[in-house]
Design a protein around this ligand. Structure first.
Ligand SMILES: [Cu+2]
Length: 126
């Protein structure tokens, strides 16, 4: 499935791109794209944890069955996602650690509630 294409394939793609000299930004860093499909508030198990390296340029593409707001903690990126399109989060993984992506119930300060497991965990390794 297209939506389950995760780090391995993306990393190979990035290496190939590097070989022809197009997309590399910093020595050793890769450009990585991850696709997620959210259904009933969850993503496929194989995409619940993604592992990247510090300095990687990362794109997270979100497909969803209902509109919601996603929040990548630590990097503090918020993205409203809607069905029938995809929401894109783009960042350089400058900080190492483990960063949860949570679903926010509604926009605004009152809607910032987190419970249970995060939707996705982003792990950035030095
Ligand atoms: Cu949050």
């Amino acid at each position: 499935m297209l939506c389950n294409t995760v780090s391995r394939a993306s990393r190979i793609g990035a290496v190939l791109a590097w070989a022809i000299g197009t997309t590399i930004t910093v020595a050793g860093a890769a450009e990585l794209t991850f696709d997620f499909h959210i259904e009933r508030g969850r993503v496929a198990e194989s995409t619940q944890v993604i592992r990247i390296k510090q300095g990687d340029v990362v794109k997270l593409r979100w497909h969803t069955d209902r509109s919601m707001i996603l929040h990548l903690h630590g990097y503090d990126i918020e993205k409203k996602v809607e069905p029938d399109t995809f929401g894109l989060m783009e960042f350089t993984a400058y900080a190492t650690g483990r960063f949860p992506v949570e679903i926010h119930g509604s926009p605004g300060p009152g809607g910032h509630s987190h419970g249970g497991n995060p939707l996705v965990r982003v792990e950035v390794y030095p």
